[in-house]
Design a protein around this ligand. Structure first.
Ligand SMILES: Nc1nc2c(ncn2[C@@H]2O[C@H](COP(=O)(O)OP(=O)(O)O)[C@@H](O)[C@H]2O)c(=O)[nH]1
Ligand SMILES: [Mg+2]
Length: 383
């Protein structure tokens, strides 16, 4: 009990608020903003550069998957096309027509694509960036938005140069040198070399790190949560993000048990725990759809193994979700320790204990999902 109160005091200090009530209000606002945050990512560049394939890759889709943007086709629609994130309703990807097409003239491009709707722009090119890409970058900068140069199809360059005896490192070095030269007139901004065939290769992670650095906190969370799990590092980032968010979610629960569930102490806010763990489950790619896609991609039967985790099964089985999750968490040993601490409701002490409990239940759940996701990565042999 003393430990929990100490932990609460420490966390209250971290919140920077003088009272628990104020900290709770602040956390609620944060959670609210997190839940309602929108992220609109614009992807632009010449026809054939690899925009559509990139949009698919960043949504965790292969070109042949349902809902994937058509690739390798000459653009027929010349309007910005929106692609939804497969599991996060507020994260949208926009496949924009290239600049300088008859309908989208360089001078009016920004206005024509309604630039103000996007959080940032990714300018894709398969080789050197062209005059139009530079014009666009300048326009974006003028409008005080961020752009990121992405040079895609790097896998093809590496394969091509390997035929001449160049190592991957030598090829990358050569391309990087060329990029600096290429975008010199813009003050040599970073150019990220990627391949949409495999986000774990080359600079994709570096691109994400840069995006994160430039985004406000709530958008940063949305970005990390929405990216597919393509490597160990990407999963670790997600894990850390969820651990951080658990803090605010628990505080926001404010110690009120909205719906007591058998097997779970009323000192834990189930109404907050369940949606949070569901979000985590999707973000870690543990839903059937994501696992099937991954199994297909790496040609390994991963799905069956994951189904052995009782927490994952409980989340996957949507009926009486809260009860089942509670039961699984009880098995994990989180709940017993709590029941003996159940205080009289309504007091600050009760709120405090509930906060600490909710947080530990959240963390325990996220930890279990992370354990399973790590196993998936291992079985899929992602690096
Ligand atoms: N090997 C490889 N092929 C790519 C990559 N990105 C795109 N492509 C291929 O390049 C072609 C054009 O890509 P697409 O995304 O349709 O270009 P868009 O016109 O800019 O939307 C398609 O055949 C893609 O499969 C990549 O990173 N690596
Ligand atoms: Mg396209």
């Amino acid at each position: 009990m003393a430990d929990q109160q100490d932990e609460l005091r420490a966390l209250l200090k971290d919140s920077g608020e003088p009272t628990l009530e104020r900290a709770i209000a602040k956390a609620r606002e944060m959670v609210d903003r997190l839940d309602n945050v929108t992220l609109n990512i614009a992807v632009t560049g010449e026809t054939g550069a690899g925009k559509s394939k990139f949009v698919n890759a960043i949504r965790g889709l292969q070109d042949t998957d349902e809902g994937a943007a058509p690739t390798g086709v000459t653009e027929t629609t010349m309007e910005p096309t929106m692609y939804l994130h497969p599991t996060m309703p507020n994260v949208n990807f926009w496949d924009l027509p290239g600049i300088g097409t008859p309908k989208f003239k360089a001078e009016t491009y920004m206005k024509d694509v309604k630039y103000q709707n996007y959080d940032f722009f990714i300018i894709v090119s398969a080789g050197r960036f062209k005059e139009n890409d530079m014009i666009l970058a300048k326009e974006i900068k003028k409008k005080k938005k961020n752009f990121y140069f992405v040079r895609t199809k790097t896998d093809l360059d590496v394969t091509q140069e390997a035929k001449k005896g160049e190592t991957e490192e030598q090829t990358l070095q050569k391309i990087r040198k060329d990029c600096v030269e290429n975008v010199r007139t813009l003050g040599s901004p970073s150019v990220f070399l990627i391949t949409s065939e495999n986000l774990a290769r080359f600079d994709f992670q570096e691109l994400v790190n840069n995006l994160e650095r430039d985004l406000p906190d709530n958008k940063k969370y949305a970005l990390v949560m929405s990216l597919p799990v393509y490597s160990k590092e990407s999963l670790e980032k997600k894990y850390n993000t969820f651990k951080k968010a658990a803090w605010a979610v628990a505080f926001a629960s404010g110690g009120i048990a909205a719906a007591p569930v058998p097997g779970l102490s009323t000192a834990c806010d189930v109404a907050m725990v369940v949606p949070f763990l569901i979000k985590c489950y999707y973000s870690f790619g543990l839903d059937d759809g994501s696992l099937e896609k991954l199994s297909k991609r790496v040609n390994k039967p991963i799905l069956e193994e994951v189904k052995k985790s009782s927490l994952v099964s409980a989340i996957a089985d949507k009926s009486s979700l809260a009860t089942k999750i509670a039961a699984k968490l009880a098995v994990a040993g989180v709940v017993e320790s709590v029941c003996s601490l159940m205080p009289g409701a309504g007091s600050i002490a009760a709120a405090g204990i509930s906060f600490v409990t909710t947080r530990s239940v959240l963390l325990e759940g996220v930890k279990e999902l992370h354990r399973v996701a790590e196993k998936v990565i291992e079985m899929a042999e992602l690096k």
